[in-house]
Write a protein that binds this ligand. Structure first.
Ligand code: ATP
Ligand code: MG
Length: 426
């Protein structure tokens, strides 16, 4: 074994997995484009303060998960743990929010967590952010767009939308006070984590994993009693739009999300197929953040999906993608190899939709065919001694049960045209 290993929690995606990743990413790009969302690319490193202020000083991410370091100028920088802060920073910096915006980003995020299935230290998110629409129709559009993505991936049936509203900052503050009062009376029965959070971030206690804490919460005051009228109307209209679209959801009054910046709508898409790492996508509204970053007060809402968890889910459902060439070209000797190389080159120009792999490194026909088979190619294309004389080529089906064919160049082009069309239908 080599002396170097990848850093703990940072994972290599190997060639047999990348086709599934690419399919996931391409499907996302297609769905986003179909909804009028444009890509934004921000740096992976930002000032530590940017994340601390927006995500919240007393959140798990900022308290213990950030990769922060002083640069050579002694400025504190951090690898981004999520994408919303950077996107808002860029939107304010470049005046993007003068009119409504719909943007997305995709890329690596970094959090120092305990690595396990579906939880890494470098992981990948697809994030979507929208600016300028205050109404619930924006939230509805985001959720419908998610559903389209899940449907194209074939995972819609195993995902549940959990929905909640956490109201205005004022409503949340009075609810926070009431919840804190109630929980203080039960302090000794709370789990250790929740005891610690009572003074720093009591709302996070709502999603505590401890069974005893959850039992105490059964009689706790509920957010609904403290909700402001506007947030309530917002939520009712959102539910109405989702109902109209036939998008079913589960109301989860204890859903609060781990980041401080949300208000009104919050949601998570969860699955029971991935064990403890059940949330594949989460988001909500964050109407205060743009103003907090020095921009003109602008409503905003968005979500982020975890790509590793989506890949795991698709693998669990056997929805694997494979990338196999259409043609694998074998040749009998140096002379035939040269001819085959020119022909491969020509085919790639004239039939750009086809995947054409030429065997390199020589060897017997038998060993070349073994490699052709292993490549997953549909057809082997043979340049042997006979073909050199006749000027024709032989095609052997490697997957389907079809007759071997020896074709002239004209016949070959007709065949390749049909093959290309067939390939493009998938
Ligand atoms: P969790 O509760 O699982 O820690 P989170 O609330 O911290 O998730 P968000 O910050 O909302 O997660 O990020 C959105 C999505 O990104 C998550 O729903 C998840 O799919 C994915 N994600 C978050 N952290 C990780 C990680 N360490 N490894 C892999 N995926 C992650
Ligand atoms: Mg987390």
């Amino acid at each position: 074994m080599s002396q170097y290993r990848a850093i703990r929690g940072m994972v290599d995606v190997l060639p047999d997995e990348t086709p599934l990743w690419q399919m996931l990413e391409q499907t996302a790009r297609d769905v986003l484009a179909a909804h009028g969302y444009a890509e934004i690319r921000t740096p992976i490193v930002e000032s530590t303060e940017l994340f601390a202020r927006s995500i919240g000083e007393v959140t798990d991410i900022v308290e213990k998960e950030m990769y922060s370091f002083p640069d050579r100028n002694d400025d504190s920088l951090s690898l981004r743990p999520e994408g919303t802060a950077s996107t808002v920073r860029a939107a304010v910096q470049h005046n993007l929010i003068q009119s409504p915006q719909r943007v997305w980003y995709m890329g690596p995020m970094f959090r120092y967590e305990r690595p396990q299935k579906g939880r890494q230290r470098q992981f990948h998110q697809l994030g979507v952010e929208t600016f300028g629409v205050a109404g619930p129709e924006q939230d509805a559009e985001l959720l419908l767009m998610c559903r389209q993505w899940w449907t194209r991936l074939g995972i819609n049936d195993v995902l549940t939308l959990e929905l909640n509203t956490i109201g205005s900052p004022e409503a949340r503050a009075s609810y926070k006070a009431a919840l804190t009062d109630y929980l203080r009376d039960h302090f000794d029965s709370l789990d250790e984590d929740s005891q610690r959070r009572l003074d720093t971030n009591p709302l996070r206690i709502l999603d505590s994993k401890s069974v005893t804490t959850q039992a105490i919460l059964d009689d706790a005051p509920s957010m609904a009693e403290y909700l402001d009228e506007e947030s309530q109307r917002h939520h009712e209209r959102l539910c109405q739009l989702l109902d109209m679209a036939g998008l079913t959801y589960t109301s989860n009054p204890r859903l609060v999300r781990g980041l401080d910046y949300y208000n009104k709508t919050v949601f998570e898409w969860t699955t029971d197929k991935l064990g403890a790492q059940a949330t594949v996508c989460g988001g909500g509204r964050y109407d205060m953040m743009v103003g907090q970053f020095g921009g003109k007060a602008t409503p905003a809402s968005g979500f982020a999906a975890g790509l590793e968890r989506l890949v795991l889910l698709m693998q669990t459902l056997n929805l694997d993608a494979i990338a196999a060439p259409d043609l694998y070209i074998v040749s009998s000797d140096e002379n035939a190899f040269g001819q085959a190389m020119l022909e491969a080159d020509r085919i790639r120009v004239e039939f750009p939709g086809l995947g054409v792999v030429q065997h390199l490194g020589g060897g017997s026909f038998k060993s070349q065919f073994k490699r052709a088979d292993k490549s997953g190619a549909a057809w082997a294309m043979v340049f042997g001694a006979e073909e050199m004389v006749s000027g024709k080529v032989t095609l052997k089906a490697l997957r389907a049960n079809e007759e071997q064919m020896t074709l002239s160049r004209e016949e070959l082009d007709v065949f390749l045209g049909q093959l290309e069309q067939l390939t493009n239908e998938y």
